[in-house]
Design a protein around this ligand. Structure first.
Ligand code: ADP
Length: 489
């Protein structure tokens, strides 16, 4: 019974009597060390032979402290089992004395706490990921708003000047680059809600590539072969994490500074079974054969402490399996590795945030447009953009907008920011749906990219268009034009 109880809680006990220098180990203590019970005669030397070399000093000093101080003493150390597996042990020891206070020996209990420690580390890691995600989403939102102003002004300048100078063109390209990275940041920061939609693998890959180009650039040439994989049913942020992790692993397998000699090749396609397939092949170090069976194990890493957590691939594996897919690899030590992900096709077609509408013939009536945006600079540049074709009114919060509707004002189009401090775009839409339903239909939303779960659900529910800032001015103009035309008799 006692042995079963020890096995249940993974506690091995030992006892050492001074008088005859005898050491007793329970069966569970042998098990913790990776030995069959009774396989070796118990001794302190045997124990030390199983202790991780880095923890030897800890164990020695803990044992001598126990003999000297007589008070119960504890220590945590790692043992290396004969097969190479490392376990973490929490050890407790105490001196036994007789009635006169003379020491008789030591008793100890060693508990295998490996799983508990792993769980705790996982929780810390996922907490950190959520915190980083929230921060990234917030930063993306903060960057997007000024970026929208820059982008709109650049577009205005390009429009007013047919052959825009090189500087303007370069600035527009730079804005486009920032825009892709920020879009990736905000899309990939939403991993904690498991909202799944039909997703275009190529699009997520482009975002992941934009986010990792810094890691890749100095190490390898990137070769892209993007085919036509079917849409997959997945959470965009989590899929993004998988791709980023594989891209970073591929980059880290290649030394810096010889980028011309190395390649990272990414391929997407529909495989023979009609599944979406993603393949990433690197010309890096490859994976040593003895490591190949362990790379998906949590905490397995060959990277220095502080650089690798060893959680990346185990998390990728978990995410891909939760999507009903598969992740495999092949590797030639010294010549590189290839990781392959296969995901079942989604039943729905992917829906981008900009929902496409039927193209309608353009008529030239000047419409009346209301802009509702708390960002004064952005609203001003938007007024300039739309003011060429329409009569534009600007307000900076939902309450002022509502006052106008209550007073009987009606507009052909209402361009409204989604996240505003006092009254959100969603709240304005809801109030208008009761007050003037036709006006709720005329709303076009803008978002800086930070989606609360509530606004995410709102966007799923409505059919209005929603543009991510900084948006393409031409697309916004034609969306407004379509709203105006829809109200033209
Ligand atoms: P980490 O990157 O923090 O070490 P991972 O779980 O992502 O954690 O990877 C575990 C280990 O797998 C890495 O430490 C490395 O040894 C190996 N590995 C993963 N991808 C590659 C690759 N593309 N080339 C070589 N080794 C790799």
């Amino acid at each position: 019974m006692l042995a079963e109880t020890q096995a249940l809680v993974h506690v091995g006990i030992w006892e050492w009597t001074l008088v005859d220098d005898k050491l007793y180990w329970s069966d569970e203590l042998f098990q913790i060390l990776g030995l069959a019970p009774g396989a070796v005669p118990p001794s302190f030397e045997q124990l030390l032979a199983h202790v991780h070399p880095d923890d030897l000093t800890t164990v020695k000093s803990y044992l001598s402290r126990a003999r000297r101080d007589r008070a119960p003493t504890t220590a945590e150390y790692r043992v290396v089992r004969p097969g190479g597996e490392i376990r973490t042990v929490q050890a407790r020891v105490r001196t036994i004395v007789d009635a006169a206070g003379t020491p008789l020996g030591l008793i100890g209990a060693d508990q295998d706490i490996t799983e508990t420690k792993e769980l705790a580390a996982r929780l810390v890691f996922s907490d950190r990921m959520v915190a980083v995600g929230t921060l990234a989403g917030g930063v993306a939102h903060e960057i997007n708003t000024p970026l929208a102003t820059i982008s709109t002004h650049l577009q205005l300048r390009a429009d007013s000047d047919d052959d825009a100078d090189d500087g303007t063109r370069a600035a527009r390209e730079a804005v486009e680059r920032i825009r892709t990275i920020v879009r990736g940041l905000s899309a990939f920061s939403r991993a904690d809600d498991d909202v799944r939609t039909a997703i275009d693998l190529n699009r997520v890959l482009e975002l992941a590539l934009a986010m990792t180009s810094h890691e890749i650039r100095h190490r390898a040439r990137l070769v892209k072969q993007l085919g036509a994989p079917p849409p997959v049913h997945a959470n965009e942020a989590r899929l993004g994490h998988v791709l980023i992790n594989l891209l970073v692993n591929a980059a880290e397998a290649i030394p810096e500074g010889n980028a011309d000699a190395h390649t990272i090749q990414v391929t997407t396609r529909a495989d023979a079974a009609g599944w979406a397939s993603f393949e990433i092949r690197d010309s890096g170090a490859g994976i040593a054969r003895p490591h190949q069976a362990r790379i998906f194990d949590p905490f397995f890493t060959t990277k220095p402490t502080g650089q690798g957590t060893g959680l990346g691939l185990s998390i990728c594996h978990g995410i891909v399996r939760s999507l009903g897919g598969d992740i495999t690899f092949r590797s030639d030590p010294g010549a590189g590795s290839t990781f392959i992900i296969s995901l079942p096709p989604s039943a729905d077609a992917p829906r981008t945030r900009k929902r496409s509408e039927e193209h309608q013939p353009v008529t030239r009536r000047r419409g009346s447009v209301l802009i509702v945006d708390d960002e004064v600079l952005f609203a001003t540049s938007l007024r300039r953009v739309l003011g060429g074709d329409h009569d534009v009114t600007v307000v900076h919060n939902g309450r002022d907008a509502l006052e106008r509707f209550r007073a009987g004002a009606r507009y052909d189009a209402i361009v409204c920011d989604l996240m505003m401090p006092e009254m959100t775009g969603a709240e304005l839409h809801e109030t208008l749906s009761a007050l003037a339903p036709d006006q709720a239909n005329q709303m076009i939303f803008l978002t800086g990219g930070a989606f609360s779960p509530a606004s995410q659900r709102f966007l799923e529910r409505i059919t209005n268009l929603c543009f991510e800032k900084p948006c393409d001015v031409d697309e916004l103009l034609s969306a407004v034009r379509r709203r105006v035309d829809a109200r033209t008799p």
